[in-house]
Design a binder for this molecule. Structure first.
Ligand code: ATP
Length: 211
């Protein structure tokens, strides 16, 4: 199975691209939905986060309130690292388990992991190929303003906590420029998908890690 990482700036369109790749037949898992699951009542990660950050981050249903937690960690690099130290190992374990299962079911397929911080965390090295979704800074801010309930300051804090998109793009094997319409994005996703398929076929399902 060809293992592909999908990353990009906050609000750049990673989830939208991931859905398009999934529609084409890729096996896709996204870090955001893993985190939501890990933060549900009963999960040990949720218990560790609640213990580390206090009752203010626990919602009335017992899960971790991601908005409250986000307000804390995006203001403070030390707290962000503390959270990442708790959550990242569990996310990586889930991603690996997902790819192992997908590879067993579809050894000649494409397994894709979507995550925002792959370049920052160095985990992009776990994949054979890396796709980076970028957009212009203006469109990124405009989409975040229109589609989230984040304030201007919260948006800037989140953008500031990530490597700038042009820096991320330097790590890419494939770049999706999502500054245009959804149809523009779909065309780019299709082109990349067929290139990835060609690679997987050429490697006969025996693709190596990128390094
Ligand atoms: P996050 O970092 O917050 O998880 P993301 O990178 O996964 O974001 P998406 O959730 O895919 O980004 O996109 C952000 C918002 O912009 C969504 O509401 C999505 O529907 C919208 N969007 C994405 N691409 C386009 C586009 N080309 N045209 C218009 N809207 C778009």
């Amino acid at each position: 199975m060809l293992k592909v990482g999908l990353t990009g700036g906050i609000g750049a369109g990673k989830t939208t691209a991931a859905k398009m790749f999934a529609e084409l037949g890729c096996h896709v898992i996204d870090a955001d939905s893993i985190t939501r699951d890990l933060f549900k009542p009963g999960h040990p990660v949720r218990t560790l986060v609640a213990a580390a950050f206090g009752p203010a981050v626990v919602a009335s249903d017992g899960s971790i309130d991601r908005k409250v937690l986000g307000e804390l960690v995006f203001r403070d690099e030390g707290l962000r690292q503390k959270l990442n130290g708790i959550v990242h190992p569990a996310i990586l374990q889930r991603q690996k388990a997902f790819l192992d299962v997908a590879s067993g079911v579809d050894p000649d397929g494409i397994g894709m992991v979507e995550a925002a911080l792959m370049v920052e965390a160095g985990t992009y090295k776990n994949y054979d190929k890396l796709v980076v979704v970028i957009t212009s800074p203006e469109i990124q801010r405009q989409r975040l303003r229109e589609r989230t309930n984040l304030t201007g300051d919260e948006i800037e804090a989140r953008i500031g906590a990530q490597l700038p998109m042009p820096e991320k793009a330097k790590f890419a094997d494939y770049i999706i420029d999502n500054s245009g319409t959804l149809e523009d994005m779909r065309r780019q996703v299709e082109t990349i998908y067929y290139e990835l398929r060609g690679l997987e076929l050429a490697m006969g399902g025996d693709s190596d890690k990128r390094d």
